[in-house]
Design a protein around this ligand. Structure first.
Ligand SMILES: [Zn+2]
Length: 274
């Protein structure tokens, strides 16, 4: 495991043994449209995104928990009322590219323009300034995180390089970023699309993950999609996991920006006191 950096104090805020981060990637039709172009069967499944977003917002509200919504720019323009509903409920809005094209097939200039366009759209629609970025389909290259630094962001969620957040600084002249490690196995797409697990089995898998990470003081960073985890049965997987974590009493469930700010503070970075 990689520690957040020099001068690190406590890994988590007082009273917490581990962290549970819920990120929800709202891709609209653009995720499947890039991943499986010309396959209307799959693209049509994403028409459920608005309904799924509403159900996930309800699951979170019922448990008074906050999450981070990584919103594709074009999808935000398609569903601005849902973006504003997430903001009104206290959730974070983060960048997830303009139209879900993979960054590892784009030049640095194209990536920069894509990030800036997404940032402006989300700012205009949400009234918030995003401070985090998750690349579409986790397809990034050596330029992506330099550009995230250039944009002044605090966190990215692209590389599963351990079980705790860690600092990266590809451009040594710019402040570092907090890398919040994701995982293919914490992605609902793996559990309910690549395979179709019964929701109870998916819950048991994630509960076992959380138990181990709680023993070790780690972080579980979920990646959910409204057209997947927002479906009726799969929404129970998130509901049961949140109920389980809340009952444990020492799991920090919060937004990515707050976790990043905590990590920066522990590393003595002045942005940690924002
Ligand atoms: Zn996505």
């Amino acid at each position: 495991m990689v520690d957040p950096g020099p001068g690190v104090g406590e890994r988590w805020p007082p009273g917490y043994r581990c962290a549970l981060l819920v990120t929800i990637d709202v891709d609209g039709r653009y995720g499947e449209a890039n991943f499986r172009p010309d396959d209307m069967y799959w693209i049509s499944q994403t028409a459920y995104d608005p309904r799924g977003t509403e159900r996930l917002l309800a699951v979170l509200a019922d448990r008074e928990t906050l999450a981070t919504f990584c919103w594709v720019g074009r999808a935000a323009e398609d569903q601005p009322l849902h973006v504003r509903a997430a903001v009104a409920a206290g959730h974070e809005i983060a960048l997830h590219s303009w139209d879900h094209r993979p960054y590892d097939r784009m030049s640095p200039d194209e990536q920069r323009a894509d990030m800036q366009r997404s940032l402006q759209a989300l700012k205009r629609i949400s009234g918030m300034t995003p401070v985090g970025h998750k690349t579409a389909s986790w397809r990034y290259d050596e330029a992506t995180h330099r550009l995230a630094q250039e944009l002044g962001l605090l966190w990215v969620m692209d590389e599963p390089g351990g079980d705790v957040p860690y600092l990266i600084q590809p451009d040594k002249t710019l402040p570092p970023l907090v890398q919040l490690p994701p995982s293919r196995w914490f992605d609902d797409y793996t559990l309910f699309v690549d395979d179709v697990l019964p929701p109870r089995q998916a819950f048991e898998m994630w509960r076992d993950d959380l138990d181990v990470l709680r023993d070790e003081g780690g972080m579980m960073g979920l990646t959910l999609h409204p057209f997947v985890s927002g479906r009726p049965g799969p929404s129970r997987t998130l509901a049961w996991l949140l109920d389980y974590a809340i009952d444990l009493g020492d799991v920090w469930i919060d937004r990515a920006d707050r976790m990043a700010i905590w990590c920066l503070a522990q590393a003595g970075d002045p942005r940690g006191s924002v």
